[in-house]
Write a protein that binds this ligand. Sequence first.
Ligand code: FMN
Length: 220
Amino acid sequence: MNILIINGSPRGKKGNTEIFVKHFALGIKAPCEIRCAANEGSKQLAEYSQLFDTVIIAMPMYLHAMPGIVMKIVEHMEPAEDGSQRIGFIVQSGFMESAQARYLENYLSGLAKQLNYTYLGTVIRGGSAGVSMMPENMNKKLFAQLKTLGEQFDLNGSFDKEVIKTMARPVNLSKGKCRMLQCMNRFGIGDSMFWRYMLKTNKAFDKRFDKPFRNSSGTT
Ligand SMILES: Cc1cc2nc3c(=O)[nH]c(=O)nc-3n(C[C@H](O)[C@H](O)[C@H](O)COP(=O)(O)O)c2cc1C
């Protein structure tokens, strides 16, 4: 097995996807190369991927979809002639619940079929927007899961179903959890602390209720 991992984040090496890729690759002993879509031409990277029997594309979810730079790469990929190549995906996103990535997952499994690649599955992890800003010990569990995922991938050539299941939790938010989050938000604790910090850091706190696309009649 020779593996190409593509980091499909527009933020390149500075983003959360890079951290996912690095910890996944820690578990892999087979020949494995990591390339960063943000630093390379999409056509060249698509052509280069043909030299590998296994391709993993890791990406952040942007607007419930894949980032444009990943789209460009897959559009340049040619269908495999003999069907011997394999492809899998790692999708990480900001909102907690993984259910919102199911549409993208459907697209990715269909894409593997179109390309005549064996589909290895899609690992989905929500609640990941703060990974690069959190202290190491807060990411300990995630990093261990990613390393195990890499080790199992190295052993079996596929993503471990149990690890995929665990990482995808919560799939949906229960009504009780939604109510609790709303309540925490009202008191400015939990996730809202992080977003307040981000808004202030980016000097956007005073503009948080702006509606730039709303016209004077009040419609959008
Ligand atoms: C333009 C943009 C759109 C986003 N859209 C979503 C989204 O639809 N759902 C979601 O859960 N997170 C969304 N996010 C959050 C990112 O998926 C999350 O912050 C991710 O960790 C970013 O990874 P990166 O640092 O590798 O780019 C979005 C972020 C940006 C910048």
